[in-house]
Design a protein around this ligand. Structure first.
Ligand SMILES: Cc1cc2nc3c(=O)[nH]c(=O)nc-3n(C[C@H](O)[C@H](O)[C@H](O)COP(=O)(O)OP(=O)(O)OC[C@H]3O[C@@H](n4cnc5c(N)ncnc54)[C@H](O)[C@@H]3O)c2cc1C
Length: 437
């Protein structure tokens, strides 16, 4: 299926492109035909998932290949937990279908709008010091390369490609399916409570170690935080979800509608930002519930924002937040969005932001109607000074020159790219910046 080309922009509205052609392949053969067609016409081609990357990683002026017709579960083995899923399947669809099979993803980020291939391609992650990002759950994938060839990749087949293609940045080919290691469905017991940042500093190491999934939000201009712990519990213990009304008030009304209103107000009157943050941090009440894992991991995010996130050596967390707090106080910038702090295990994927080290992720956000550049640049300078690696799907200003030394297997990744896409069919401005030519 081919659409006449119109301007296309991502969820955050950080970039917009007018591709020459938009296609919606239904089969792997369609994908291969489109790639060959693009080559004949000397056009670049980018697969795109849900467009939830903040960076222009998926932008193209050539052929935009939307994967919305390539979705659904292809094969599932309840005994082994191995599930093969079409590349364009949104996580929301994947999670609910897995549940009906008695299965679940091991860990997730905080939304479920992404496609499985888009999520793994940029290194999407959640929180939990014993858990890697989504790409660490991948056991195999199918990739159509620039020549139109279909490759099966796994630890035993095309292993050197598999080693780098799980977080491939969309630069190695078009993924058509992904095989995931899932696990028996489980519930999560959630505890969310407001606290002070200083109290958190006393207990943060224990919280990270003692809970399956721990994260916190720090409210700039205050010493307040909101902590969240999610612990795995057996389904037999029963679910105790939030009541519909409480869930709607917290997750829809307060977190989205009221928050949008507050952001509009503080955009018009920035001097109110600090007070608004103090009120928000105090107004959040503690809550506790147990629900299906995927319902606890994710929540609706309707307020538009810009985001930068850095993966940092875990031990630098309090130093980085301290420096950021100092900068905010000195600069006079008003920041209305909380800073999100998460944790992850080290992994072995070449371009994973958690490659080879236990990681603390710190993410800064700014409402989409307010300028973010000064704030993000300042945060990036601090993160850089401790060896930070930027999330590939979020905003950053780094180039191949400064990224290469951060990734011991960068050269290995580039060699596979050179082999699979020598003419750079899948390249774009962003990839030229972060990978070089
Ligand atoms: C509100 C919000 C919340 C978020 N929360 C988190 C979070 O909790 N944790 C986190 O780590 N990130 C988070 N992100 C970032 C997001 O998970 C990533 O940017 C993710 O890549 C988006 O998935 P997508 O399907 O929209 O991919 P897209 O943005 O559409 O594409 C991303 C990249 O993947 C490539 N790609 C997509 N499909 C294929 C394919 N089939 N073959 C080859 N390449 C492909 C594209 O070319 C592009 O390079 C969030 C983003 C938003 C907007």
């Amino acid at each position: 299926m081919v659409e006449s080309a119109t301007a296309w922009s991502n969820w955050a509205g950080t970039f917009s492109v007018a591709p020459r052609r938009v296609t919606h392949p239904r089969t792997t053969d369609d994908v291969a035909d489109e790639i060959r067609h693009a080559a004949e016409n000397n056009l670049s081609l980018k697969a795109i998932g849900s467009g939830h990357s903040f960076s222009a990683i998926g932008a193209t002026h050539g052929v935009l290949m939307k994967l919305d017709q390539l979705r659904g579960i292809i094969a599932a083995d309840r005994k082994t937990g191995l599930v093969t899923v079409a590349a364009g399947t949104p996580l929301s669809e994947l999670n609910s279908t897995l549940w009906t099979m008695g299965l679940a993803m091991t860990n997730l980020g905080d939304i479920d709008a992404q496609t499985i291939s888009g999520a793994i391609s940029t290194g999407t992650h959640g929180t939990g010091v014993a858990f890697g990002g989504l790409a660490t759950q991948v056991r195999g994938l199918q990739l159509v390369t620039a020549s139109g060839e279909l490759l099966n990749c796994s630890p035993t087949e095309n292993a050197e490609i598999f080693a780098v293609a799980r977080i491939g940045l969309g630069a190695l080919g078009v993924i058509t399916s992904v095989t995931l290691q899932c696990e028996p469905a489980f519930a999560l017991h959630a505890r969310e409570r407001p606290s002070s940042y200083d109290a958190l500093l006393e207990t943060v190491e224990a919280s990270v170690a003692d809970h399956d999934h721990f994260e916190f939000y720090w409210f700039p201009h205050t010493r307040r935080v909101l902590t969240k712990t999610h612990d795995r519990v057996r389904l037999e213990a029963g679910l105790h979800p939030l009541g519909r009304l409480r869930g709607w008030i917290d997750d829809e009304f307060l977190a989205n509608r009221v928050f949008e209103g507050v952001n509009r107000l503080t955009t018009a009157r920035p001097a109110l930002t600090g007070r608004a943050n103090r009120i928000a941090a105090r107004a959040l009440s503690a809550r506790e519930f147990t629900d299906r894992s995927y319902r606890v991991f994710v929540s609706p995010r309707r307020v538009k924002f810009r985001e930068m996130e850095y993966a940092l050596p875990r031990e630098t967390m309090s130093h980085v937040i301290g420096e950021l707090d100092d900068w905010i106080n000195r600069s006079g910038e008003r920041i209305g969005f909380p800073v999100e702090v998460r944790f992850a295990a080290a992994d072995d994927i070449a371009l994973s932001t958690a490659y080879g080290r236990e990681t603390c992720y710190i993410a800064v956000h700014q409402y989409h109607r307010r300028p973010h550049e000064k704030y993000f640049l300042a945060f990036e300078r601090i993160a850089e000074s401790v060896g930070g690696r930027p999330h590939w799907g979020k905003l950053h200003f780094r180039t191949a020159e400064d990224l290469e030394p951060k990734y011991p297997l960068f050269g290995q990744y580039l060699a596979v790219r050179q082999r699979l896409d020598p003419d750079r069919r899948f390249s774009n401005d962003y990839l030229r910046r972060v990978l070089g030519t």
